[in-house]
Design a protein around this ligand. Structure first.
Ligand code: ACO
Length: 388
């Protein structure tokens, strides 16, 4: 049997960064992150100001146009979005045929992909067309998630209400009744906080896909697939599972220290970019506390806070702090969302960011095509099947 005759040598003149850490691979005008100082801005505006004063619709306009809208512009944008709330009939029928035990992120990925099939010109990639397609997906994704959730619960589907905001309409379709103003505001703030975040993995995936001049639907479908991983958007579900595993505040210390001793990661902590407190978590912590008090979930909030205390003691020196997923778990639970809808909620919001990046990429495209360092053997003889 033949063996390798030469070993691989690193290619001269090329930079290798595992996980592309520290590599700048695109330009964006949408969000700015200073991970050392814990700063996040959308088009120069601090995330905290947007979470307090903006709406998801206005924030989406900001990201897609790199400026805040005037009143008439915002009204027109909202009216356009609302006019598209209802998914095509074939997608609704498809959802009715989905297995009731399907995982919602797998369902969402499939349904977003399907939206491309009712587009008469799905491959049109000029910026104006990409905006229209993005608006459709953004407007219809809430109905897709709500319809599926009601289908699996054996409940009649609730059609969208065009008089309601993005946030209120989603909760209305999900629960069959309009949310209270407090719940609408809380959910809207979550949507704002999750809308964009630099070249995160799912956004990068969307840009990589559109850079082949594929199509908006493919790019957004790929991004959903990326987001669901537990190292990315899937972490908010893991946080909730962990909170469920800890019986009471008094058990937190033992549980967390035990996990750290086993070198397990604690969901909802750490970030590739932030080495300080994630500014989204700052706002979400306040929101989670308020909602937990209002909805009788103080025990959940107290456990979260106790986990944070242990983690700060054990890991702050290494730059590991709560990330966006940590307090969003308690927040979504208090809003009344089922555990496996947490990551789809992230997706509903991040479609705004993904689409904005797809539009940016199309406006100044260059195919993403990095290289891989080959580390295998060379000069290996082909051995015919019968002789192996
Ligand atoms: N709990 C305990 N230790 C941690 C954690 C954590 N959550 N995160 C990182 N560390 C430690 C690692 O064990 C490692 O320690 P070592 O140097 O002693 O080996 C060090 O910090 C660096 O960790 P990496 O995993 O190499 O850092 P990376 O930048 O690749 O990871 C990531 C970032 C994936 C988010 C990581 O922190 C993690 O797995 N966190 C838990 C999952 C999570 O919350 N993901 C959501 C991220 S936010 C988002 O995507 C929306």
């Amino acid at each position: 049997m033949s063996s390798a005759v030469a070993t691989a040598q690193p290619s001269a003149g090329r930079t290798f960064s595992k996980g592309l850490e520290g590599v700048t691979a695109a330009e964006t005008r949408m969000s700015f992150i200073d991970g050392e100082k814990g700063v996040l801005e959308y088009v120069g505006i601090e995330i905290d100001a947007l979470a307090r004063h903006s709406t998801f619709e206005e924030t989406t306009y900001l990201l897609w146009n790199t400026r805040l809208p005037k009143k008439a512009e915002l009204d027109a944008f909202c009216a356009d979005l609302r006019s598209r709330y209802e998914p095509p009939e074939f997608v609704t029928n498809m959802i009715r045929a989905f297995p009731k035990d399907a995982q919602p992120m797998h369902m969402l990925r499939t349904a977003i992909s399907a939206l491309g099939m009712s587009d008469p010109d799905p491959n049109k990639n000029d910026v104006a067309s990409a905006r229209q397609k993005s608006l459709n997906v953004l407007a219809q994704a809430p109905a897709i998630v709500a319809y599926f959730d009601r289908h699996r619960r054996g409940l009649p589907l609730v059609k969208p209400n065009k008089n309601l905001s993005f946030a209120a309409n989603f909760l209305y379709m999900l629960n069959g009744k309009e949310p209270t103003p407090t719940m609408e505001r809380a959910f809207d703030a979550c949507m704002i906080l999750h809308a964009d975040h630099g070249l995160n993995n799912s956004t990068f995936s969307a840009r990589v896909i559109i850079s082949t001049m594929s199509d908006v639907y493919s790019a957004l479908t790929g991004a959903v697939g990326s987001l669901r991983g537990p190292l990315h958007g899937g972490a908010n579900e893991d946080v909730m599972k962990m909170l469920g595993e800890i019986p009471s505040v008094g058990d937190v210390e033992k549980f967390i220290v035990g996990r750290l001793e086993r070198k397990d990661k604690i969901a909802g902590f750490g970030h590739r970019v932030y080495k300080a407190y994630d500014p989204r978590a700052t706002y979400l912590k306040t929101l989670a506390k308020q909602l937990a008090t209002d909805t009788g979930n103080t025990a959940l909030y107290e456990k979260s806070q106790a986990i944070e205390q242990v983690m700060l003691r054990e890991k702050a020196a290494k730059g590991i702090y709560p990330n966006v997923d940590f307090y969003s778990a308690t927040t979504y639970h208090c809003i009344g969302l089922q555990l496996d809808l947490f990551t789809p909620m992230f997706a509903l919001s991040r479609i705004a960011g993904w689409a904005g990046h797809v539009i940016e990429q199309l406006a100044d495209n260059r195919l993403f095509r990095p290289t891989a360092e080959y580390v295998g053997p060379h000069g290996v003889q082909y051995v015919p099947l019968a002789q192996r």
